[in-house]
Design a protein around this ligand. Structure first.
Ligand code: FES
Length: 171
Protein backbone atom coordinates (compact mmCIF):
# COMPACT_ATOMS: atom_id res chain seq x y z
CA UNK A 1 0.00 0.00 0.00
CA UNK A 2 1.47 3.40 -0.97
CA UNK A 3 1.90 6.20 1.55
CA UNK A 4 -0.96 8.19 -0.01
CA UNK A 5 -3.27 5.16 0.01
CA UNK A 6 -2.44 4.44 3.65
CA UNK A 7 -3.25 8.07 4.54
CA UNK A 8 -6.63 7.79 2.82
CA UNK A 9 -7.37 4.64 4.75
CA UNK A 10 -6.23 6.08 8.07
CA UNK A 11 -8.23 9.29 7.97
CA UNK A 12 -11.22 8.56 5.78
CA UNK A 13 -11.06 8.76 2.01
CA UNK A 14 -13.68 11.48 1.58
CA UNK A 15 -12.09 13.87 4.08
CA UNK A 16 -8.72 13.30 2.44
CA UNK A 17 -10.04 14.06 -1.06
CA UNK A 18 -12.03 17.12 0.10
CA UNK A 19 -9.01 18.50 1.93
CA UNK A 20 -6.70 18.02 -1.04
CA UNK A 21 -9.18 19.58 -3.46
CA UNK A 22 -9.49 22.65 -1.24
CA UNK A 23 -5.75 22.76 -0.70
CA UNK A 24 -4.79 23.11 -4.33
CA UNK A 25 -7.09 26.11 -4.81
CA UNK A 26 -4.55 28.10 -2.79
CA UNK A 27 -1.52 27.09 -4.83
CA UNK A 28 1.36 29.51 -4.25
CA UNK A 29 -0.50 31.90 -1.91
CA UNK A 30 1.72 32.52 1.10
CA UNK A 31 -1.12 34.26 3.00
CA UNK A 32 -3.16 31.07 2.77
CA UNK A 33 -1.21 29.28 5.49
CA UNK A 34 -3.56 30.12 8.39
CA UNK A 35 -6.79 29.41 6.44
CA UNK A 36 -5.25 26.12 5.28
CA UNK A 37 -4.27 25.14 8.82
CA UNK A 38 -7.81 25.94 9.89
CA UNK A 39 -9.13 23.87 7.00
CA UNK A 40 -6.95 20.90 8.00
CA UNK A 41 -8.13 21.16 11.59
CA UNK A 42 -11.79 21.49 10.58
CA UNK A 43 -11.43 18.46 8.32
CA UNK A 44 -9.56 16.12 10.66
CA UNK A 45 -10.10 17.59 14.12
CA UNK A 46 -6.33 18.20 14.33
CA UNK A 47 -3.50 18.95 11.92
CA UNK A 48 -1.89 15.74 10.70
CA UNK A 49 1.77 15.68 9.66
CA UNK A 50 0.95 15.00 6.01
CA UNK A 51 -1.30 18.09 5.94
CA UNK A 52 1.60 20.22 7.19
CA UNK A 53 3.79 18.86 4.40
CA UNK A 54 1.09 19.51 1.81
CA UNK A 55 0.50 23.05 3.08
CA UNK A 56 4.25 23.65 3.04
CA UNK A 57 4.33 22.68 -0.64
CA UNK A 58 1.37 24.89 -1.50
CA UNK A 59 2.45 28.07 0.26
CA UNK A 60 6.22 27.60 -0.15
CA UNK A 61 6.98 27.85 3.58
CA UNK A 62 9.15 25.14 5.22
CA UNK A 63 7.31 22.60 7.39
CA UNK A 64 9.46 23.55 10.41
CA UNK A 65 8.16 27.14 10.21
CA UNK A 66 4.59 25.90 9.92
CA UNK A 67 5.09 23.79 13.07
CA UNK A 68 6.21 26.98 14.80
CA UNK A 69 2.98 28.72 13.80
CA UNK A 70 0.86 25.77 14.95
CA UNK A 71 2.46 25.69 18.37
CA UNK A 72 2.10 29.48 18.68
CA UNK A 73 -1.69 29.45 18.21
CA UNK A 74 -3.48 27.57 20.95
CA UNK A 75 -6.49 26.79 18.72
CA UNK A 76 -4.40 24.45 16.59
CA UNK A 77 -3.80 20.86 17.64
CA UNK A 78 -1.15 18.42 16.47
CA UNK A 79 -2.89 15.37 17.93
CA UNK A 80 -6.44 14.07 17.51
CA UNK A 81 -8.87 14.27 20.42
CA UNK A 82 -9.39 11.11 22.40
CA UNK A 83 -12.55 9.03 22.04
CA UNK A 84 -13.92 10.76 25.14
CA UNK A 85 -13.56 14.52 25.34
CA UNK A 86 -13.77 15.67 28.96
CA UNK A 87 -14.48 19.36 29.41
CA UNK A 88 -14.22 20.67 32.93
CA UNK A 89 -15.80 24.05 33.55
CA UNK A 90 -13.65 26.67 35.25
CA UNK A 91 -16.17 29.49 34.85
CA UNK A 92 -16.97 31.67 37.86
CA UNK A 93 -19.81 29.59 39.34
CA UNK A 94 -17.88 26.35 38.96
CA UNK A 95 -14.68 27.94 40.19
CA UNK A 96 -16.25 29.13 43.47
CA UNK A 97 -17.83 25.71 43.94
CA UNK A 98 -14.56 23.81 43.79
CA UNK A 99 -13.81 23.19 40.10
CA UNK A 100 -10.08 23.15 40.83
CA UNK A 101 -10.33 20.17 43.17
CA UNK A 102 -12.43 18.31 40.57
CA UNK A 103 -9.84 19.13 37.94
CA UNK A 104 -7.01 17.82 40.11
CA UNK A 105 -8.93 14.60 40.84
CA UNK A 106 -9.50 13.97 37.12
CA UNK A 107 -5.87 14.73 36.29
CA UNK A 108 -4.82 12.26 38.94
CA UNK A 109 -7.31 9.63 37.77
CA UNK A 110 -6.20 9.88 34.12
CA UNK A 111 -2.50 10.61 34.64
CA UNK A 112 -2.66 13.60 32.27
CA UNK A 113 -3.04 17.36 32.65
CA UNK A 114 -5.32 19.83 30.90
CA UNK A 115 -4.94 19.87 27.08
CA UNK A 116 -3.47 16.36 27.03
CA UNK A 117 -4.72 13.03 25.71
CA UNK A 118 -4.11 9.69 27.39
CA UNK A 119 -1.59 7.42 25.65
CA UNK A 120 -4.32 4.93 24.73
CA UNK A 121 -6.15 7.72 22.85
CA UNK A 122 -9.28 7.30 24.99
CA UNK A 123 -9.48 10.58 26.95
CA UNK A 124 -8.68 14.20 26.16
CA UNK A 125 -8.99 16.66 29.02
CA UNK A 126 -9.86 20.32 28.38
CA UNK A 127 -10.80 23.28 30.54
CA UNK A 128 -13.57 25.61 29.37
CA UNK A 129 -14.99 28.92 30.61
CA UNK A 130 -18.70 28.07 31.03
CA UNK A 131 -20.80 25.14 29.91
CA UNK A 132 -24.04 27.07 30.27
CA UNK A 133 -25.47 25.10 33.20
CA UNK A 134 -24.11 27.12 36.14
CA UNK A 135 -26.92 26.03 38.48
CA UNK A 136 -25.38 22.52 38.39
CA UNK A 137 -21.88 23.74 39.25
CA UNK A 138 -19.31 22.38 39.46
CA UNK A 139 -19.85 20.77 36.08
CA UNK A 140 -18.05 18.71 33.48
CA UNK A 141 -19.10 17.25 30.17
CA UNK A 142 -17.88 14.01 28.64
CA UNK A 143 -18.72 14.17 24.96
CA UNK A 144 -22.43 15.16 25.02
CA UNK A 145 -23.16 14.03 28.60
CA UNK A 146 -23.28 16.59 31.41
CA UNK A 147 -22.29 15.77 35.00
CA UNK A 148 -23.15 18.33 37.66
CA UNK A 149 -22.83 18.99 41.39
CA UNK A 150 -19.53 17.19 41.26
CA UNK A 151 -17.23 16.35 44.11
CA UNK A 152 -13.72 15.00 43.56
CA UNK A 153 -14.94 11.52 44.58
CA UNK A 154 -17.94 11.69 42.24
CA UNK A 155 -15.73 12.82 39.35
CA UNK A 156 -13.34 9.93 40.03
CA UNK A 157 -16.25 7.46 40.05
CA UNK A 158 -17.51 8.76 36.71
CA UNK A 159 -14.08 8.45 35.11
CA UNK A 160 -13.63 4.97 36.59
CA UNK A 161 -16.95 3.92 35.09
CA UNK A 162 -15.83 5.05 31.64
CA UNK A 163 -12.57 3.16 32.09
CA UNK A 164 -14.48 0.06 33.20
CA UNK A 165 -16.76 0.24 30.16
CA UNK A 166 -13.76 0.64 27.85
CA UNK A 167 -12.18 -2.47 29.41
CA UNK A 168 -15.39 -4.47 29.02
CA UNK A 169 -15.76 -3.47 25.37
CA UNK A 170 -12.15 -4.27 24.51
CA UNK A 171 -11.96 -7.51 26.59
S1 FES B 1 -19.63 28.56 35.24
FE1 FES B 1 -19.57 26.41 35.02
S2 FES B 1 -21.35 25.98 33.88
FE2 FES B 1 -21.31 28.12 34.00
Amino acid sequence: MTGEKQKEKDIGKRDFIDFNAALWKYNGEKGAMIPLLQLAQDTYGYIPEFAIDSISEIVGIPSAEIYGVITFYSQFRLKPFGKYLIRICEGTACHVNGAKSILRAIEDELGITIDETTDDGMFTFLSVACLGCCSLSPVMMINEDTYGRLTPAKARDIIRNYKKNIKEVTA
